[in-house]
Design a protein around this ligand. Structure first.
Ligand SMILES: Nc1nc2c(ncn2[C@@H]2O[C@H](COP(=O)(O)OP(=O)(O)OP(=O)(O)O)[C@@H](O)[C@H]2O)c(=O)[nH]1
Length: 604
């Protein structure tokens, strides 16, 4: 044996990957992920450490309580049967410790989405997994399409969203929900990276969902997996074999080759993500699909994300509510309750909910109605007010002081234009501003681009291509800017403006003028007004005011009102008399009021 993969060793030795990584960290051994390889010497060291631990553990066990295992649901079936009491021990773990204390939120199964270019084999891969990993339903035989299914693997349950394509994924994300924990990017070995592959990658990256690349169709004679790997590096995605951390698994949806490995990698990634959800928490879920069935009526597939659903529960989705009359799992079996990471089909809504809508539960019908009424009111208020709220600086630009990112989606007529623009953009980056081209593609922007832009707050820049009317409409409704240019430098100017908008503005104080207070007039409503004479410059309403008494600054505030005779004015110039109202009542005859304003400094 020379080198060995970390997860293989973990499996052989019957320890969890996370524990293995802990040991490696302790030894100061660097690795990229659990699929990195380690040297034989290190393997020996690890074996020693584990042997020592075990020796300590057995002597301790004689006197102490058994150690708490991971909750039953996700306990690795791989654990060697060292102590043959798991059944009795697993259940009381949380109970024994009570609700508080150290009891941990249990693990949940990963939810996986499969994305990729058209015809690269998404559906075939899902079908293969479904056929081989989903236990056939006993009764009836026909499994309805519900938008998700649960695969049973040797490593535990994996939930697949089976509406392939990033559209479904992005529609869900565009509503502020995140349903997938891991994205599988399918790339056909005979075709390599295609426009929709890049889009899928951009979507997964924007969602910050870990990615696994499945190079499909490796059974074909013209398959060239190496080319796919090299092409990936051009997107800064470096496969593990090339020293990066991207997991790439060659598969064939036709022969099944590599599918087992893919499932194993999904489980490994899930383990590292440490996915957990509390079945006892308040219920929270997301609609995956909604439809009307001619016989049954409205059916909705909901992914349980937190808590547990029970038949009879009241659910609220958007401005509708319903009571669960019946619930089936993804294999079509009737169930009474469903915990985290379970896709369920629910009968009981009166309106068809849209995918991506969040679902919550309510104690009873009255509570459900109240939630809905509250939502209707909020929407109406917003509609009536047509709130054109001014965003704060932080809302516009993220936390101040950090490096700002300008998110862009680039669309151009040719690959040459895309590359030329990207080249110029790269030179625009600075220490303060990062330009993140989330997606650069050839051809007009798509609805998918708009959804991506809306979730990532990106601007879509088009060069020599224009969006279709439909895409424009979606962009308008989502508040996404699509800007089209025919001259590269105009596009670059726009980027400059975006960069500028993203740079923390620098303000400086600009002196406006000064006035001498000649008399103080007491005003019953406005307080004291300084009857003054403007000696130089001008004074403006809302300007900053500094009151000088001799050489001393006795007050700093704001000019809240300016009057010429009885009229309110905005500004008074040198040589004129005026009444100045500042937000201070102790101004005295002889004081000097100096006015200034803050102006934004143009930055190079
Ligand atoms: N030889 C071979 N053909 C495959 C494999 N996977 C899929 N195909 C074929 O490739 C074609 C496209 O496969 P699909 O599964 O429909 O691809 P898709 O990505 O789901 O396509 P869309 O749903 O149209 O986006 C079909 O003719 C499949 O039979 C594979 O591993 N090997």
């Amino acid at each position: 044996m020379s080198k060995v993969r970390i997860y293989t060793l973990a499996k052989d030795l019957g320890v969890e990957n996370a524990r293995m990584l802990e040991i490696l960290d302790g030894l100061g051994v660097s690795y990229k992920s659990v699929s990195s390889t380690i040297e034989e010497d290190t393997v020996e060291l690890i074996k020693q450490i584990l042997a020592e631990e075990q020796a300590e553990g057995t002597s301790a066990e004689a006197t102490a309580e058994p150690t708490v295992q991971a909750p039953a649901e996700q306990a690795t079936p791989e654990q060697p049967a060292a102590a043959p009491v798991p059944q009795a021990k697993a259940a009381p773990v949380t109970d024994a410790q009570g609700d508080g204390g150290t009891s941990e939120v249990p693990h949940r199964a990963p939810v996986v989405t499969i994305m990729g270019h058209v015809d690269h084999g998404k559906t075939s891969l899902l079908d293969y997994i479904r056929k081989t990993k989903v236990a056939a339903k006993e009764a009836g035989g026909i499994t309805q399409h519900v938008g998700a299914f649960e695969a049973k693997t040797s490593k535990g349950k994996i939930v697949f969203i089976d509406t392939p394509g990033h559209e479904a994924f992005t529609t869900i994300r565009a509503r502020g929900a995140n349903v997938a924990d891991i994205a599988i990017i399918v790339i056909a070995a005979d075709d390599s990276l295609m426009p929709q592959t890049r889009e899928a990658i951009a979507h997964a990256q924007a969602a910050k969902v870990p990615m696994i690349v499945a190079i499909n169709k490796v059974d074909l004679p013209q398959a060239d997996p190496e080319r796919v790997k090299t092409d990936l590096t051009q997107l800064n995605l470096v496969p593990e074999e090339y020293g990066g951390d991207l997991v790439v698994v060659p598969v064939s949806a036709r022969t099944g080759e590599g599918v087992e490995d893919l499932l194993e990698y999904i489980s490994l990634t899930a383990e590292l993500e440490d996915l957990r959800a509390d079945p006892r928490a308040a219920f929270g879920g997301v609609v995956i699909e909604g439809k009307v069935d001619k016989q049954a009526g409205v059916l909705a597939t909901v992914m349980v994300q937190e808590g547990t659903l029970h038949v009879g529960d009241f659910l609220v989705v958007g401005e509708n509510y319903g009571k669960i009359k019946a619930m089936t799992d993804s294999a079509g079996a009737r169930i009474k309750e469903a915990g985290p990471s379970t896709p369920v089909q629910i009968l009981g809504f009166s309106e068809v909910p849209s995918s991506g809508e969040k679902v919550q539960s309510a104690k009873n019908e009255h509570a459900a109605r109240e939630v809905v009424a509250g939502r209707v009111d909020t929407r109406r208020d917003a509609e009536n007010a047509r709130v054109q709220r001014r965003l704060t600086l932080e809302e516009m630009m993220g936390p101040l002081g950090s490096v700002r990112t300008v998110n862009l989606i680039l669309r151009a007529d040719t690959q040459g234009s895309v590359e030329a623009i990207q080249g110029i953009l790269a030179r625009k980056e600075s220490d303060d501003v990062k330009i993140n081209v989330m997606l650069a593609g050839i051809g007009a922007p798509t609805e998918g681009d708009v959804l991506l832009a809306s979730t990532a707050e990106a601007t879509i820049l088009c060069f020599s291509v224009t969006p279709s009317g439909g895409v424009k409409k979606v962009a308008d409704s989502k508040g996404v800017d699509i800007k089209s240019f025919r001259i590269i430098y105009e596009l670059i100017d726009e980027v400059d403006r975006l960069i500028k908008g993203n740079v923390e503005p620098v303000f400086e104080e600009k002196y406006l003028g000064r006035a001498e207070v000649r008399m103080v007039i007491r005003h019953p409503k406005s307080g004291n007004i300084a009857g003054s004479y403007v000696r130089d410059g001008s004074l403006k309403r809302n300007a900053k005011a500094r009151v000088l008494r001799g050489k001393e600054v006795v007050y700093e505030g704001t000019i809240i009102g300016l009057k010429r005779f009885k009229d309110d004015v905005r500004e008074v110039q040198t040589g004129f008399e005026c009444g100045i109202n500042i937000d201070w009542n102790d101004v005295m005859e002889g004081d000097i009021i100096e006015a200034s304003e803050m102006v934004e400094v143009e930055q190079a």
